[in-house]
Design a protein around this ligand. Structure first.
Ligand code: ADP
Ligand code: MG
Length: 256
């Protein structure tokens, strides 16, 4: 069984955004992350793929500790995720996350969804928070939806609000967990376009997605997980054209 160590080639020069060393995690008796090593350089775009249940969500949720790991060390932008709550708060401020199911606050308008965390957590004054929110809503191409409620928007629009909301916290790293999986096919492109534009601006991104076109267009590296392990990683071209493991070959046969 190969266990790939995935070190970003440029990490040493550019600075390390995320470092995960020998991460192990269990849900009860189930071993869901097995000695995972992953280093992501500042500005790097990493796509994580793999079969359902392979541990992709658990892996990226450990980066902002929505899930706790049991063994190993995680350092995010130089801040070690240990038991010190202050470190965790600092990391959560720097890491934005977009979920499959949007997770917008349904009782708040689009604008309020975007201003809540900056005002509460970063203590940004309301006017400034609103002006920032409007600029990001413009960026995700829905400036005219600011006063609507999430339920009045399409899935694609809601997901773009979720991206704008995350950006309003000025994160250094963005995590995406299957952001297009819950969308109708005609809305996938508008969300992917937003993510491509973010990637081209140099955002450090870790994206769990099976959108292999997106991976080819923007990923510096694709990481393939199966049964809690990183089995293989490499450039999109290497991974898709010359997969080394049978497990990746089988997986690609299903998604490509
Ligand atoms: P993926 O995102 O690749 O589909 P997950 O990280 O969600 O995989 O899940 C990895 C494994 O852990 C799966 O077997 C899943 O059923 C299990 N799992 C995920 N979350 C929980 C949880 N909160 N409690 C117990 N088991 C979980
Ligand atoms: Mg998942």
């Amino acid at each position: 069984m190969t266990i790939a160590t995935t070190v970003a080639p440029a990490a040493r020069q550019q600075g390390v955004a995320v470092s995960m060393q020998k991460i192990n995690k269990w849900y009860g008796a189930m071993h869901v992350l097995r000695d995972v090593n992953l280093e992501v350089a500042t500005g790097e775009r990493v796509v994580v793929c793999g079969p359902s249940g392979s541990g992709k969500s658990t892996l990226i949720r450990c980066i902002n500790q929505l899930e706790e790991h049991h063994e190993g060390q995680i350092v995010v932008d130089g801040i070690s995720l240990d038991s010190d709550a202050k470190n965790l708060d600092a990391v959560r401020c720097e890491v934005g996350m977009v979920f499959q199911s949007f997770n917008l606050f349904p009782h708040l308008t689009v604008l309020e969804n975007c201003t809540l965390a900056p005002m509460l957590v970063r203590h940004v004054p309301r006017r400034e928070a609103e002006s920032l929110a409007r600029s990001y809503l413009e960026r995700v191409r829905i400036p005219d939806q600011a006063s609507k409620y999430p339920g009045q928007l399409s899935g694609g629009q809601q997901q773009r609000v979720a991206i704008a909301r995350a950006l309003c916290m000025k994160p250094k790293i963005m995590l995406f967990d299957e952001p297009t999986s819950a969308l109708d096919p005609e809305m996938v492109k508008e969300v992917l376009d937003t993510m491509v534009s973010l990637a081209k601006d140099g955002m450090t991104m870790i994206c769990v997605t099976h959108e292999m076109g997106f991976a080819r267009e923007v990923a510096d590296r694709v990481v393939f997980m199966d049964r809690g392990e990183i089995v293989e990683s490499g450039s999109p071209d290497e991974m898709f054209s010359t997969p080394k493991s049978d497990r990746l070959r089988t997986f690609l046969g299903q998604v490509l």
